[in-house]
Write a protein that binds this ligand. Sequence first.
Ligand SMILES: *Cc1c(COP(=O)(O)O)cnc(C)c1O
Length: 338
Amino acid sequence: MIDFRSDTVTKPTKEMREAMANAIVGDDVYQDDPTIIELEELAAKMTGKEASLFVTSGTMGNQLSIYTQTSRGDEIIVGKSAHIKNYEVGASAVISGVSYHLIQEIDGMMPLKYIEKGIRGIDVHYPDTSLICLENAHGSGKVLPLSYMESVYKLAKENNLKVHLDGARLFNAAIHLNVDATEITKYADSVTFCLSKGLASPVGSMLCGTREFIEKARRGRKLLGGGMRQVGVLGATGLVSLKKMVKRLKEDHDNALYLANKLDLIKEFEVDFNRLDINMVFVKTNFDYSNLVEFLREKDILISGYKGQYLRLACHNDIDKNDIDKLVSNFKEYIERG
Ligand SMILES: *Cc1c(COP(=O)(O)O)cnc(C)c1O
């Protein structure tokens, strides 16, 4: 199967499977697992933070960050289309007891003036604002510019707020901006990134921040049931992700552009080049697509259905240019058959 549904579908590489088999492990609840210690040190270094914590998922990383940096009843500032708000089962309300001040993003960015308006003053009626959440790369496919990150961070600090960055695809953003990831993360107090998407590990995300924050978050992770024992078997794949897979993400971006250019030559397709910053192609189609997903599945190609008017096609480690050519020729065949 050629799978364009998401970069979450990546299978662990042969090197990862070998690393799992050979991993030196210990009891990570005792902070005794050498592989996890190495992974956490490397993730901290790559994000320019003092410390980091291996967590089961991006959702756990984001929610643990919120839980650690807010108090019950607080209000946090989040984008309307943010993963934290839409795709994490309402966890911020359940786990942290916070409510959202939601702002509609434009090109992935909450306008600064609305963030500023959203910060509560002191009044007996008001909840406390404690945290601003950003997402970079944004789920829309856009990468937030450094100047925007800097402005939000400055505003946060002027108002004594923390900034959490949902950097599920942090390294994709860094590649697009052609900077070291630390240039992005320096504008956030805490950051989560996924090992399990484009970086191809089977499990896991990293939460990074100050040593004090991470020690607090470590207790929160235990509370959530995320304290793991000989988890170096998973940490070992994370190390391969960081040492080997970060470098090759550029290939996914190049493949996405290759796919976009091919689709753009077909008159029934309209590629949204404005949000072609990372490994995902968003495309509108003007043909009857009611059987498209099934048609492609019979050709051993998986795509997710439409989201609104758009198809999202993700490139990743298990997709090469031949796979893309196969997808494009099958799209053509589908259209010609009518
Ligand atoms: C994938 C993703 C997450 C985390 O998802 P999990 O499935 O919990 O690992 C968080 N934020 C964004 C923007 C994502 O794309």
